[in-house]
Ligand binder design. Structure first.
Ligand code: IVH
Length: 698
């Protein structure tokens, strides 16, 4: 083959690849924008766009005018909604995926503005909401109509539905209202609202939504506005389109303030920063907060703050040059189910899990996803060998949100829910009205034993450092430990010589086991793993009952009187302590193994205590208590807990890494006590005279 012929072949290949990519992207655009039913995680879509864009850059002769890289949304439209043209086009945003992309953006902006590299620009940073873009036209302050983004020039008329979202806000309040004004924003749904909506959907026999964005899009694009009105949609506005007979503020940040004054909802998470460094710090901070925020963000947006500079920068066919979406790691990815298995939890609950081909999602490697229960398996219609979209958002366990049935191979086998426990072969029974499948083996079941013991030693429970899940499993398999009591009779010889267990680790572990004997009532209660008794419930109980005996004698009514304790939790406690085996184990732990705690919250406020009438300040961190727990404890002892040290302070409780408050106590000669001393005081009960209080001068 000669050189010319092979160059020609290469060209044909490139052209074919560009065509294929364009068609695939168009198809996905249609599924995403029109059907609200995407068949690809966002990150994979971005990758297709990226591949197409770089081919077009290398072979500009094949960069066509109608390429998806040059247009904003889908070119095909569904007919359910009337088309509605925007007064000014709505653009997309260019994406960046790492710090380099962000720095390149900053350099490009400065070059175009003829600024020196060293100069810093002010940017407005905002969350990039993962919802549906809308354009709302206000005439003399009244909402005239609203549209989706569509292809950027023409969208779908969703006026009636948008009215239900805006409610009161469809008339602007205040001054400086332009004759005509287009505002752009994002309609989205909060995670907590989605959880409620999905419960409702399931109750009504409808399909739950795979993620907040689908829920928002599906709800806004309802023919019947009544349905939209019943959906908990939210909106934040972030930009303006056409403006007539009025001047908008000079800065992007001021525009948001103006929106808020007109009564339009805006996010309170936006921030004006200096330079790209400020942008990157914002990105990092928001990524850190991501899990704790009640809505999905797929990244943050940087906007040149000066609107004059924005105008000077202009836009390409697709996106403005003055803003960049710096994406976060994707929360959804595509992978394959290698098998479906069931897991046996510490209370015997049988949960089906999908074993996945490992995949990076939201910054971690995911190889398992919960399938919840048999109903969920049926709803998803998932089988081994299926290609699925997995999602990991917030702190939740990764989930399979969608099965790509088009890709199901003929080998895919349906899953048979087991009737016997895969670990101990005991029968599986449906409990809680059929909602939960449980192994009936109890502690005969090694899986339940392991689960119960892992929980017992865990950090928030007895906190035995060095006794990890693997070691617990080994010790159970070797039959060295069956119940928590056995942990306290472990011998050096039983530990030494195991995998990664030298002399040092073995004696450290024994020391940690010994140390765990001195604990708190709340930790101990939590460690027992009583069904439905989590950390908070355990704390509530420990505060309400002066001793284990008092708790064991409590009846249903008095338990239910406590905050956050419902009939199910109360019954679960009674059932637990009614069981003779549990009683014996608890007694053995306390009386034979010496587990103990300060009977602190026990003391009623009416009795005179060491702390009665004292003004106390807490500073630093503590190993046994959280700060708020300590505060409640001291208050229950009659102390007044305040925030800052003054001459009126009687006592400062000093933890680890205490800062200026401890210094101030020293300066003002206020007495201090340590956590260990506090424990002593609490334990000594009524002999408060023997105060182990250090004087700050000594
Ligand atoms: S600015 C003028 N700001 O992201 C530039 N867009 O992927 C375009 N989006 O169509 C809009 N949060 O729907 C802007 N804080 C934000 C945004 C945001 C989400 C959406 C918007 C846009 C899409 C582009």
């Amino acid at each position: 083959m000669n050189a010319r012929a092979s160059a020609h072949d290469k060209d044909t290949q490139v052209l074919a690849r560009i065509r294929a990519l364009s068609i695939t992207i168009e198809q996905h655009n249609y599924r995403y924008y029109v059907l609200d039913d995407p068949q690809l995680p966002d990150a994979q879509y971005d990758q297709l766009m990226h591949d197409l864009r770089s081919l077009e850059q290398r072979y500009p002769q094949y960069a066509f005018e109608h390429s998806p890289t040059q247009t904003v949304g889908p070119t095909t439209r569904s007919s359910a909604f009337a088309p509605l043209a925007h007064l000014e086009p709505m653009f997309s945003i260019n994406d960046g995926f790492d710090d380099d992309d962000a720095e390149d953006f900053d350099r490009r902006v400065k070059a175009r503005l003829n600024l020196e590299e060293e100069q810093t620009l002010d940017y407005l940073c905002e969350p990039k909401l993962d919802g549906l873009a809308v354009n709302v036209l206000f005439e003399s302050g009244h909402m005239r109509h609203a549209a989706t983004r569509g292809d950027g020039k023409t969208g779908e008329d969703i006026t009636h539905n948008m009215r239900t979202v805006l409610g009161e806000q469809f008339t602007l309040k205040g001054k400086n209202i332009p004759d005509r004004l287009e505002v752009r924003g994002e309609v989205f749904i909060r995670r907590s609202d989605l959880a409620k909506l999905n419960k409702q959907q399931i109750k009504n026999g409808a399909k739950p939504f795979a993620n907040p964005r689908n829920a928002a899009a599906g709800s806004l694009r309802q023919i019947d506005p009544k349905i939209t009105a019943s959906r908990p949609l939210s909106v934040y506005f972030y930009g303006a389109g056409a403006v007539e007979n009025s001047e908008l503020p000079e800065q992007q940040s001021q525009l948001l303030t103006q929106f808020a004054q007109w009564g339009l909802p805006v996010t309170n998470l936006s921030k004006q920063v200096s330079g790209i460094k400020g942008c990157l710090a914002y990105h990092a901070a928001m990524l850190g907060k991501r899990d704790g925020i009640d809505f999905d963000m797929d990244g943050v947006v940087y906007k040149v703050n000066s609107r004059e500079q924005q105008l000077a920068l202009g836009h390409t066919a697709r996106a403005p040059r003055w803003c960049l979406a710096h994406k976060f790691p994707a929360q959804e990815e595509l992978t394959v189910v290698e098998a479906i298995e069931v897991q046996v939890g510490r209370t015997g609950a049988i949960t089906p899990v999908a074993r996945l081909k490992p995949v990076h999602v939201g910054g971690v490697i995911v190889s398992n996803a919960t399938l919840h229960n048999q109903d969920e398996i049926e709803r998803l219609n998932v089988r081994a060998d299926d290609t699925v979209i997995v999602r990991r958002a917030g702190d939740v366990i990764p989930e399979v949100v969608k099965v790509l049935h088009d890709r199901r191979p003929s080998s895919a086998k349906a899953f048979d829910f087991p009737v016997r426990c895969p670990v101990c072969n005991s029968p599986i029974k449906l409990t809680e009205g059929g909602a939960i499948a449980r192994c009936t083996g109890g502690l005969v079941c090694a899986a339940q034993r392991k689960g119960m013991l892992r929980h017992f030693v865990s950090r928030k429970a007895m906190d035995i450092d060095g006794l990890g899940e693997k070691l617990v499993d080994q010790l159970v398999d070797d039959e060295w430990i069956t119940t928590p009591v056995d942990i306290y009779t472990l011998q050096y010889e039983q530990l030494i010589g195991r995998e990664r267990m030298g002399e040092k680790s073995a004696s450290n572990l024994l020391a940690a086991i010994e140390k765990s004997k001195s604990t708190t009532f709340a930790r101990f209660l939590y460690a027992l793993g009583i069904p439905l008794v989590g950390e908070t419930t355990a704390q509530t109980l420990a505060q309400a009952y002066s001793s284990l005996e008092a708790l064991q004698q409590a009846d249903l009514e008095s338990l239910e009187e406590l905050e956050d304790i419902g009939p199910l939790v109360a019954q679960s406690l009674l059932d637990y302590f009614a069981e003779e085996g549990n009683q014996e184990m608890v007694q053995a732990l306390i009386n034979e193994q010496g587990i103990h705690w300060p009977e602190a919250a026990a003391l009623p406020t009416s009795e005179e205590t060491f702390f009665t009438g004292k003004t106390v300040v807490i500073t630093g961190t503590f190993s046994e208590y959280g700060r708020s727990q300590l505060k409640t404890l001291l208050q229950s002892q009659g102390a007044k807990v305040t925030g800052s040290v003054s001459k009126k302070t009687d006592l400062v409780l000093v933890g680890e890494n205490a800062g200026s408050k401890a210094d101030k106590a020293e300066k003002l000669e206020v007495s201090t006590i340590s956590e260990a001393q506090l424990a002593q005081i609490l334990e000594q009960g009524d002999s408060y005279d023997a105060l182990p209080v250090t004087d700050s001068e000594s």
